[in-house]
Ligand binder design. Structure first.
Ligand code: TRP
Length: 337
């Protein structure tokens, strides 16, 4: 593939805590699969994380390296994927301020992702202006890297839509195709439930299994997983829908035939929760053990991790700066050139 037709993929994570299995099923796995076949950027979105953690910057800054460790431990290879730290690329903030003029407050307030997040965080009208406008900053991230493909969960789809609206408004204003539209890439497992059966796995809800979890933590988490409250005796028929253990097997057991058989047996009756949990636990222990080992090894070599981040950020900054240059020229903001 020539470099002009090659796809450019960008995704990011807010560094507010170590990453967990929800991230793995929702997007990390897709990033690993894409690695090597596309030009891939991973953005550690610390500036975006500050939009709802402004009072606790240490929570954000202390997790930048943690997220980098998670990426590297799962097999993200800095030679194939560029790792970048958002706040260290001033062109992203510059592009955000330009794009901000091409969106209205009412459009931002209608963004379903923002609406839902405002509700979850209990912001109501006391929403930080930076939080309301983070879709614009995300659009700047995407367009600065001229990303054509953005692997996201379903909850982030409105962000892609809003990005493309901004791209079209900007391009039609300047009368040139300066910014590039992108497409969302939905993963097959878009949303992993929490271990408690709540709709979403999240560290703040305490229902997550971290990628660096110890063998004991994994065992405990699987044992305490929500199954089917009506499945009282082993011989009773059990429900697979809404059963967290099966949702996890769907996400992490590659042998689909085996999962189908377990489901059928469970639905018929005669299969104990503990038996299904033990299959899942084996699978998760097998998946996470090498990640944990690699993560611990890298954590002991912080200098190397920082060097990888610094080099990646430098490379990413060059690309963002070239887009920002084109944006300024298109607007006529180039007096001294
Ligand atoms: N909003 C994303 C999240 O909450 C993180 C993110 C920041 C991102 N910039 C991005 C995702 C650009 C995709 C593309 O996880």
């Amino acid at each position: 593939m020539s470099s002009t037709t090659q796809k450019t993929v960008l995704t990011g994570d807010r560094p507010t805590g170590p990453l967990h299995l929800g991230h793995y099923a929702g997007s990390l796995k897709a990033r690993l699969e894409l690695q090597g076949s596309v030009e891939q950027y991973l953005l550690i979105a610390d500036a975006q994380a500050l939009t709802d953690n402004a009072g606790d910057p240490a929570k954000v800054t202390s997790n930048v390296v943690e997220v980098a460790l998670d990426y590297l431990a799962i097999g993200i290879d800095p030679d194939l994927t560029t790792l970048a730290v958002q706040s260290q690329i001033p062109e992203l903030a510059e592009l955000t301020s330009v794009l901000m003029n091409y969106v209205t407050v009412s459009r931002l307030e209608r963004n379903p992702t923002i609406k839902e997040e405002i509700r979850q965080r209990g912001f109501e009208r006391d929403i930080p202006a930076g939080f309301l406008t983070y879709p614009v900053s995300q659009a700047a991230d995407i367009t600065a890297f001229r990303a054509t493909l953005v692997p996201v969960g379903e909850d982030q789809l409105p962000m892609i839509e809003q990005t493309n609206e901004l791209v079209r408004r900007f391009n039609s204003t300047v009368g040139a195709q300066v910014l590039v539209e992108c497409a969302a890439m939905l993963s097959t497992v878009t949303r992993l439930p929490g271990t408690d059966g709540k709709a979403k796995m999240s560290k703040s809800l305490g229902n997550a299994i971290a990628l660096g979890a110890s063998a004991d933590e994994i065992r405990q988490a699987v044992r305490s997983m929500y199954t089917d409250a009506q499945h009282l005796r082993v011989s009773d028929p059990g429900r697979v829908e809404g059963n967290v253990v099966f949702a996890f097997l769907d996400a992490f057991e590659p042998d689909a035939e085996k999962v189908a058989q377990l489901k059928a047996h469970y639905q018929r009756g005669g299969l104990a929760d503990s038996a299904v949990k033990s299959v899942l636990e084996d699978r998760l222990q097998g998946l996470l053990a090498p990640i944990r080992v690699q993560r611990q090894r890298l954590a002991a070599d912080r200098g190397t991790v920082l060097r990888i981040l610094c080099q990646g950020t430098e490379h990413a900054r060059e690309r963002a700066a070239s887009t920002m240059g084109a944006v300024k020229r298109a607007l006529g903001l180039s007096y001294f050139a």
